[in-house]
Design a binder for this molecule. Structure first.
Ligand code: ATP
Ligand code: MG
Length: 427
């Protein structure tokens, strides 16, 4: 008898790796709670229609990746129906929002989920057929402020905080606006026209998309198609006054709280339901599967699946990819602590213990030196044990300005005590 194995594209998660998965999930739950998000758990399968209508027939997900089957009726009173393993969770959350009339509270619903999703894709590193997403949605009637650009900015700021608290370094936020449902037709018409003679030089998928859903052409990853895509009209030139102002307000709110981003006019994302803000957080360490998470606004989704007007914004993070990134970082840094706190002179020992306490309480891994060591010796030990050294001499204690050296980069900088945790968390 042949031995049975986990199905292609699925895998067992074993200890000790499951410890890392728990860390990621616990950190996400803790951060979400601080922003007043509450957990929702929706079923793992839904009626197929939810996804064909909600995600869109022409998307890769619906057109080729879903696990769908005809579920036979067990009794006369039942009907056979087409069911699908959920390929994503936003449609399920919005279905639940409608079904349970959550909009009638008049308040914003801030919901998060953690769980498996299923897509029949070609398995490779960071891409599986059963994978895990951690996501959240802010949805509600317009009177609850669900359309406000402040909601977009708050979600993005929360994500930046979550990635920092997970200890993921070097992420990049890429942002765009795909406009409202009234901007879209004008842009799609312009795209269609531009593609009329260009599509023939593109890949077969793009030739089909040019006919059925031209927006999807911008999503194409085939290298040969990129120069043509670059030459197509840009959505930014087709946004109306409202969409433009909405996007500017999102950017301004991010600027105000220091969250860095890059605008990419080609970011349309793979799902049909997005309107206005779309975004991705990417990470260089992931290779071809470089998206850690993606999301955006979906002001019309509820109506598309038969509900009331309920604008919303949300995201889904690939938990598998978060774990891969953390593992790669750990391999790169070995077993190094975040910081080595080095008192300069024994008189500074007590102050150093206090500083180490503050950093440890902020979740950093810290080794404490000793003021009786010469500075050269502190540097040698620090270099073996930690990624950065924080020097605490008499001047530093008095001024509250600390000297921090990054061993890998060879850089030495002055940092105010209030900024120290942030600086030590970076890279
Ligand atoms: P990609 O372009 O990588 O296929 P996507 O646009 O299909 O991503 P979304 O549907 O927006 O992805 O899902 C959000 C996140 O879920 C992605 O950014 C990624 O981290 C993760 N993800 C999506 N599909 C898979 C998969 N098959 N295996 C592992 N993670 C995935
Ligand atoms: Mg995909």
């Amino acid at each position: 008898m042949s031995t049975l194995k986990a199905v292609r594209g699925t895998r067992d998660l074993l200890p000790p790796e499951t410890g890392l998965w728990n860390f990621v999930e616990e950190t996400a739950r803790r951060v979400f709670a601080r922003y007043n998000f509450w957990e929702i758990r929706t079923p793992i399968f839904e009626e197929t229609q939810l996804f064909t209508r909600g995600v869109g027939e022409e998307t890769d997900i619906v057109s080729k990746e879903m696990y769908t089957w005809e579920d036979r009726a067990r009794a006369q009173s039942e009907k056979s129906q087409s069911l699908t393993l959920r390929p994503e969770n936003t449609a399920g959350v919005v279905r639940a929002y409608i079904e349970h009339k959550l909009g009638e509270t008049g308040l914003l619903q801030k919901l998060y989920y953690i769980g498996p999703q299923f897509r029949r894709e070609r398995p490779q590193k960071g891409r599986y057929r059963q994978f895990y997403q951690i996501g959240a949605e802010v949805i509600g009637p317009p009177s609850a402020g669900s359309e406000s650009p402040l909601r977009d900015a708050e979600v993005l700021e929360m994500l930046a905080t979550l990635l920092d608290e997970l200890g993921i370094h070097g992420w990049k936020l890429v942002l765009n606006s795909v406009g409202s449902s009234s901007d879209r037709p004008r842009y799609v018409a312009a795209l269609r026209e531009a593609l009329q003679d260009k599509a023939l030089q593109m890949c077969v998928d793009c030739q089909r998309r040019a006919e059925t859903n031209p927006l999807r052409v911008l999503d194409c990853k085939v290298p040969e198609d990129q120069p043509i895509i670059e030459s197509l009209p840009k959505i930014a030139d087709y946004l109306d006054e409202d969409s433009r102002a909405h996007f500017a307000a999102v950017c301004a709110a991010l600027d105000a709280c220091g969250v860095k981003y890059e605008v990419n006019p080609r970011l349309v994302r793979g799902l049909d339901y997005y309107t206005r803000t779309t975004f991705e957080f990417t990470h260089g360490g992931l290779g071809a599967q470089n998206a850690l998470l993606g999301g955006g606004r979906y002001d019309g989704l509820s109506e598309v699946i038969g509900g009331p007007k309920a604008p919303g914004i949300g995201f889904a993070m690939g938990e598998d990819r978060l774990v891969l990134t953390l593992q790669a970082q750990a391999a790169q840094h070995g077993k190094l602590a975040d910081a080595y706190v080095a008192p300069v002179g024994e008189a500074q020992n007590a102050a150093a213990l206090d500083l180490a306490r503050e950093l440890r309480r902020a979740g950093l891994q810290v080794e404490l030196g000793d003021g009786s060591f010469r500075v050269k010796k502190s540097f040698e030990i620090g270099n073996k044990l930690a990624r950065k050294i924080v020097l605490l001499g008499e001047d530093e204690v008095k001024s509250g300005i600390l000297t921090v050296k990054d061993f890998a980069k060879g850089e030495q900088v002055k940092v105010a005590r209030a900024e120290l945790v942030t600086v030590l968390r970076q890279g």
